[in-house]
Design a protein around this ligand. Structure first.
Ligand code: ADP
Ligand code: MG
Length: 561
């Protein structure tokens, strides 16, 4: 460990030299209040900025680190604080390309475990990036000294323990996360798929802005669905979405999809003030939709699809180009394979022929000529035989009234319990259609992915990369993920991309669910850092469902059963 002043001298000496000479500053330096580690130096001022770490001793009071919920929230809070300080104290543009950029991975509305801030027994480590400055390809040594020896200490100073502007806010951050976790852990005993707190604000500011809508109507549970829960730091009341089959009905633009979307994202915890901090759902609930064009590798979609033209087998269905219905069927079966405990479906993003088939269609196109067993005829079996609940947004088809346990009506953003009324309607207007499902709902498939089919090689090196929340580059392949709707930040994709690479060591013999278990155990034990050779701050926590979703969309994937 060298003194910080050495770094200053070195940078001044490097001034005007060719960019490569920056490699000399790699190493550790001790500052007054922290240690700096320069781990990796970018190739030129236009490349991805250099990787650095700051470490300081962990002087936070014990209560902030009492359990995993609080520790995660503390790191998340420091991450946000550091990001804010970067914006405030880094001057930014200091030459060519990315010269002078100082940034840390920026959290969105979710409180997640990330590698940007790591809490260990004795210390806290922040991992971020600095664009080492240059004019053209010549090192701007004086600018570099200003960034590393003036801006950086100011940034760190403002994210240190004593700089936490308001302990009140930090406390609420920690307690909110703790209560959200506690609430999620209580769902099984309450028999709920999800809980939506009274007072929650579900709509977002806009289609491209995840912050809460100002002036929207706060959520208020119908009396008959109201549940009260006592949590470590508060007691809440709200609407319980029971296990079983639940419909969300109502007129167009009355808030149905908004409610479902909030439930979808209730697998994550949210920051105080988000409006959805206490909208909490089962950790393994899976949003499922149609996704035509996707790749499918040997998935058993036979519960939904049979007798395809050309005698294609549907118990091991593969395609380079799925249709709406086959893609949605595969999405359901893959979610079950990966361990989903409940399914969320919105008619807005579903294939109609996957969802329903009415009496007239049954007359016009006989069963033998229709490959599809619609979801409406399997949804009860899914719950009664396999314990998998469904929450469906349905505005268009009354067929589902016959199979629902609970019907929630959204009327001008206000939920009402329409279960009894829906039963009356179903009895008064009976459906003449025939039920089309036979037999049982089979156990989900146990496919064994072949390790050699996961190859991240691109040219001479292995290469993975994440593009926003939309896609992953995995070697020579692009994994399209825009239809995987429960991904919320780029860091999850970065981690999933490297998890796919890491996974290979467990592939071969074991079926996919077991492989996912092994990986989860490693991450549980060693943290997300287990996925990378060198510590970097680019990962966010992800679920096994999304990892499986990425694997399933990798067009080189091959499996045996
Ligand atoms: P649906 O799926 O029933 O057609 P959406 O859920 O898409 O309707 O909501 C329609 C519009 O209403 C959206 O612009 C949404 O942001 C807004 N909205 C939803 N819930 C609320 C609310 N509680 N208060 C105010 N606006 C809301
Ligand atoms: Mg809708």
């Amino acid at each position: 460990m060298k003194p910080a002043n050495d770094l200053r001298q070195q940078l001044l000496r490097l001034d005007g030299k060719s960019y490569k000479a920056y490699n000399d500053i790699k190493g550790q330096y001790s500052f007054e209040r922290f240690d700096l580690s320069i781990d990796h130096v970018q190739g030129d001022p236009f490349a991805a900025p250099s990787r650095v770490r700051v470490r300081y001793s962990n002087d936070y009071p014990e209560w902030m680190m009492l359990n995993d919920s609080r520790r995660t929230a503390l790191c998340d809070y420091l991450n946000r604080q550091f990001a804010r300080a970067c914006r405030r104290f880094a001057q930014g543009n200091r030459g060519s390309g990315k010269s002078g950029a100082v940034f840390i991975m920026e959290p969105g509305q979710e409180i997640l475990q990330r590698t940007a801030v790591v809490l260990r027994n004795g210390y806290i480590e922040l991992r971020f990036r600095i664009g080492l400055p240059a004019f053209g390809r010549r090192i701007a040594g004086r600018q570099a000294a200003a960034i590393l020896l003036e801006e950086l200490p100011a940034i760190v100073e403002h994210s240190l323990p004593h700089a936490v502007q308001s302990e009140e806010r930090l406390r609420e951050h920690l307690f909110t996360n703790e209560d959200a976790d506690a609430l999620r852990a209580r769902l099984p005993e309450l028999g709920l798929v999800a809980f939506v707190a009274d007072g929650a604000m579900l709509p977002r500011a806009s289609g491209i802005d995840a912050r809460p809508l100002q002036g929207g109507l706060p959520f208020e549970s119908p009396e008959s669905l109201r549940v009260e829960v006592r949590l470590p730091n508060r007691t809440l009341s709200g609407m319980g979405v029971p296990e079983g089959v639940t419909l969300i009905v109502g007129g167009g633009f009355h808030g149905k999809s908004t409610l479902l979307r909030a439930i979808e994202l209730g697998v994550y915890n949210h920051i105080p003030g988000d409006g959805r901090s206490f909208v909490i759902s089962q950790p393994l609930c899976a949003k499922v939709r149609a996704e035509d064009g996707r790749y499918i590798e040997q998935v058993d979609i036979s519960p939904f699809i049979n007798n395809l033209p050309g005698r294609q087998p549907t118990d091991r269905f593969s395609t380079e180009n799925a249709s709406g219905s086959t893609s949605q069927a595969a999405n359901v079966m893959e979610a079950l394979e990966a361990g989903a405990t409940s399914l969320l479906i919105d008619e807005d993003t579903s294939a109609t022929n996957f969802m329903i088939r009415d009496q007239r269609m049954q007359q016009l196109i006989p069963r033998q000529r229709e490959p599809i067993t619609p979801f409406v005829d399997r949804i009860r079996q899914l719950y009664d035989e396999r314990g998998v609940s469904s929450v469906l947004v349905i505005g268009g088809s009354g067929l589902y009234l016959d199979v629902a346990d609970t019907v929630i009506g959204m009327i001008e953003y206000r939920p009402e319990n329409l279960t009894a009324r829906a039963r009356e309607v179903a009895e008064a207007y009976p459906q003449e259609r025939a039920r089309e499902s036979e037999g049982h709902f089979p156990a989900p498939p146990h496919r064994r992915p072949l390790p050699e089919s996961l190859d991240a090689q691109r040219g001479k090196r292995e290469k993975t990369r994440a593009f926003d929340t939309r896609s992953i580059q995995f070697g020579r392949y692009d994994i399209e993920l825009s239809a995987v709707e429960q991904l919320v930040e780029q860091g999850q994709l970065a981690a999933i991309a490297d998890a796919l690479r890491y996974l290979r060591k467990y592939l071969g013999e074991a079926p996919l669910p077991e492989v996912l278990d092994l990986l989860s155990a490693d991450i549980q034990e060693q943290g997300l850092d287990v996925l990378q050779p060198q510590p970097a701050g680019d990962y966010s926590a992800f679920r096994r469902l999304e990892l499986a979703a990425a694997l399933n969309r990798l067009r080189s994937l091959r499996v045996t059963s």
